[in-house]
Design a protein around this ligand. Structure first.
Ligand code: F6P
Length: 464
């Protein structure tokens, strides 16, 4: 088996503590352990004078190679173009997208620099797998440096509809860069269709069947690979979580009241203000639930240096304060809003004791919380998932109560229906969802992508 080189903005270096690594990190590490290889990317640090050479951590058969960013690169590449331009644009938030030439130059500069630093570490037979919107130009930079290896790319976010993508001044350069890969993976059919649409209608490219396409003088495979979770691990952890002290505290405090749960990075794409408003509407429209049901919203702060993220934080504090002030009682608060993260083991337990999982992003590539909520349920007494139709997960989890997060009335009704749902229907829906969660487990996702990448003929498709 050829060696694997994984490239991603964040790298889960084992020294950072394995307990902190999320499911994706574990899956990528496993892939690297099977074939040996390198995990390359940003160290997570921005410093005044970054070292020219990567920091190497050897954990045979895997080598971790990370680079620090200068403060300017961090600002322009990460806070700037990645998170103030691409992120809002890919999540359909043109109103929040900043188009700044300097940030774009910084984004290209970091991609070029990273590619130059990885180049000497690559062997001719390596397969290279690049992740996410921070690194779209990475393959074209490697190709410029003479790398002819198989290179795959997986986009963890949505790919926007053509008309939205066209608003990006550098749309053509980015699309050309995507076509420098041999395999491009998307989360859902929507994303693939949007990409194909752009390639055909804007670039006069050609769809060749069997998910192949030709554009910018290259032939590549563009396909859907819905990402998943470690299902069995999640189930096992959730079943044992009841022994945890935090969970026992929560259950004791709940008494005979019901809890709904939302868990998201504090990000405007997650639709948390809209969720709070829908919850308020639910309390108004179905007042018997006042004093009986609370929404627990866990939202650890994320990308805190980006102004739009500071704004959403302030908006949520004020909204939660308003709702709790108006509806709260001495012994009951409608919203429990926590700006901190919890270990995944604890979260699985929270999911299990909460009757309703509220996953209502305005737009999301996949949303693994939806799948984690389902996998964590007690099979004999599962809770109900209320899921936004704009999350990639809605394609698979169509047995959830699907909602339009922009329509508060619709979400309020779904919350009420979820609470009142008879056990038999809860079980039926849960079983249907579990089948889908198993179908696209994290292992299957990884194996599918890598087997397609490894099947690319030497020299790429055009050479075949
Ligand atoms: O695709 C979105 C994503 O990059 C995820 O992979 C990750 O969980 C999240 O954003 C983390 O964001 P950041 O690296 O900016 O903290």
């Amino acid at each position: 088996m050829s060696r694997l080189v994984v490239v991603s903005n964040r790298v889960a270096v084992p020294d950072d503590g394995p307990a902190r690594a999320g499911g994706l990190a574990v899956a990528l590490r496993e892939a690297l352990q099977e074939s040996g290889g390198i995990w390359f990317g940003w160290s997570g640090k921005s410093v005044a004078r970054p070292s020219e050479e990567p920091t190497i951590t050897e954990a045979p058969p895997v080598t971790y190679a990370t680079l620090d960013l200068s403060r300017r690169d961090h600002q322009e590449y990460y806070n700037g173009f990645a998170n103030r331009t691409l992120w809002p644009l890919f999540h359909y938030r043109l109103d929040l997208a900043e188009f700044n030439r300097q940030d774009y130059a910084g984004y290209l500069r970091v991609n070029t620099h990273f590619a130059e630093k990885l180049r000497p570490l690559i062997r001719e037979s390596d397969d290279i797998w690049v992740h996410d919107y921070h690194l779209i130009p990475f393959a074209s930079e490697l190709r410029r440096l003479g790398v002819g290896n198989r290179i795959g790319f997986f986009l963890h976010t949505p790919f926007p509809a053509m008309e939205v993508f066209l608003a990006l001044p550098s749309h053509e350069r980015l699309a050309r860069s995507l076509c420098a890969y041999d395999v491009v993976g998307f989360q859902s059919m929507n994303d693939l269709r949007a990409f194909q649409d752009y390639i055909v209608h804007e670039q006069r490219g050609e769809i060749l069947g069997d998910n192949m396409l030709r554009a910018f003088g290259r032939t590549l495979r563009a396909e859907v690979y819905p990402i998943g979770i470690e299902v069995e691990t999640m189930q096992r952890t959730a079943a044992h979580a009841m022994q945890e002290s935090q969970l026992r505290r929560l259950v004791k405090h709940m008494g005979d009241r019901q809890l709904m749960i939302g868990v998201d990075r504090l990000d405007y794409s997650k639709g948390i203000p809209e969720r709070f408003r829908a919850f308020e509407r639910f309390l108004q429209k179905y007042p018997a639930n006042q004093g009986r049901v609370s929404l627990m919203q866990i939202a650890p702060v994320s990308r805190g240096e980006v102004p739009e993220y500071r704004n959403i934080r302030a908006e949520l504090e004020s909204l939660a304060g308003h709702i709790n002030g108006v509806y709260g009682e001495l012994d009951w608060m409608p919203i429990r809003y926590l700006n901190k993260g919890f270990p995944r083991d604890t979260l699985t337990g929270f999911y299990r004791v909460c009757r309703v999982g509220v996953v209502t992003p305005l737009r999301d590539g996949m949303n693994l919380v939806a799948k984690e909520y389902v996998a964590s349920q007690n099979p004999h007494e599962p809770g109900v998932l209320v899921l936004s139709r704009f999350a990639g997960a809605a394609r698979e989890l169509d047995a959830a109560l699907l909602v339009n997060p922009f329509d508060h009335e619709n979400v309020a009704d779904a919350l009420n229906r979820a609470l009142a749902m008879p056990l038999e229907e809860r079980r039926e829906r849960w079983e249907a969802m579990m089948l889908r969660v198993h179908d696209s487990s994290l292992d299957k996702w990884r194996e599918r992508f890598l087997s397609v990448l490894r099947a690319v003929p030497e020299g790429g498709y055009a050479a075949a």
